[in-house]
Design a protein around this ligand. Structure first.
Ligand code: NI
Length: 257
């Protein structure tokens, strides 16, 4: 009854166990984003071994200097695989590096164009780069945008949602001092919200410090339910429906049956 829209399962110590434990914890579908070209094949291999697991193809801003024409060709070729449900994770990250802004932007824009060409949704990584990210999304007229691990303000969230973009929240909302993410969890329209773990990173409380895994996503759902004063089940149902619609998972599930 839960969907993890962003799980780097292939980075876990034991990816197969991560998927099995997720199943036993009520996680139905898992979306696995790539960070670099080297991830494409291992992710697709996992997705073909486990039903209800799906792939995103894309190059993360931290790997942008390796993005080339041949990477673009590979994304287009691999996207023919029925397990691919989007392009990601792509975007801008000025936290670690501001020196290569132009290369990051170029890599981001190129992949938005690929997504548009293939009519696939995009999953966006934006760290300390809110202004430029929004500017690029607007100028490229990007459609079907999910802002993963949303870290901006309530005001910025409202602006993004008014453009039709969706927001994914993860374990950070369970952190005691994460006041702004908690406000975002309260204020966002439930129809614009999805859940994620971003595993192996950002493990929710009370497991902080351990390797994150989709099995912990319920702790994030619980915290959001508490913050919004609604039931846990209603958070699960709404966020799962949003994810199924956004990634068009229902068509995929029917194909698999
Ligand atoms: Ni990620």
């Amino acid at each position: 009854m839960l969907i993890d829209t962003h799980a780097h399962i292939y980075m876990l110590e034991n990816p197969e166990m991560g998927i099995i434990e997720a199943r036993n914890s009520g996680v139905d579908e898992i979306i696995i984003p790539s960070a670099s070209e080297a991830d494409f094949e291992p992710i697709l291999d996992l997705c073909h071994r486990f039903d209800k697991t799906y792939a995103l193809l894309g190059v993360h801003p931290e790997d942008c200097e390796k993005f080339s024409d041949s990477t673009a060709k590979k994304i287009i070729e691999f996207a023919k695989d029925e397990k691919v449900v989007g392009i990601g994770e792509i975007g801008l990250d000025y936290h670690y590096s501001k020196e290569n802004k132009d290369i990051q932007k170029n890599c981001f824009i190129n992949q938005i164009e690929i997504a548009k060409m293939l009519n696939l949704p995009i999953v966006v990584h934006d760290r300390d780069a809110h202004f430029d990210t929004l500017e690029i999304l607007k100028s490229t007229n990007a459609q079907n945008v999910l802002l993963h691990c949303y870290s901006g303000s309530v005001e910025f969230m409202k602006e993004c949602c008014s453009l039709g973009y969706k927001i994914a929240l993860g374990g950070v909302v369970t952190f005691k001092n994460a006041l702004e993410p908690k406000r975002v969890a309260q204020e966002v329209d439930i129809n614009d919200l999805m859940l994620e773990t971003d595993c192996p990173y950002l493990t929710p409380h009370p497991f902080r410090g351990q390797e994150n895994s989709p099995k912990y996503i319920g702790f994030t759902a619980k915290e959001i339910a508490k913050l919004r004063n609604i039931t846990y089940d209603s958070v699960c149902v709404a966020t799962s429906n949003n994810a199924r619609k956004f990634f068009r998972l229902s068509d995929k599930i029917e194909e698999e049956i």
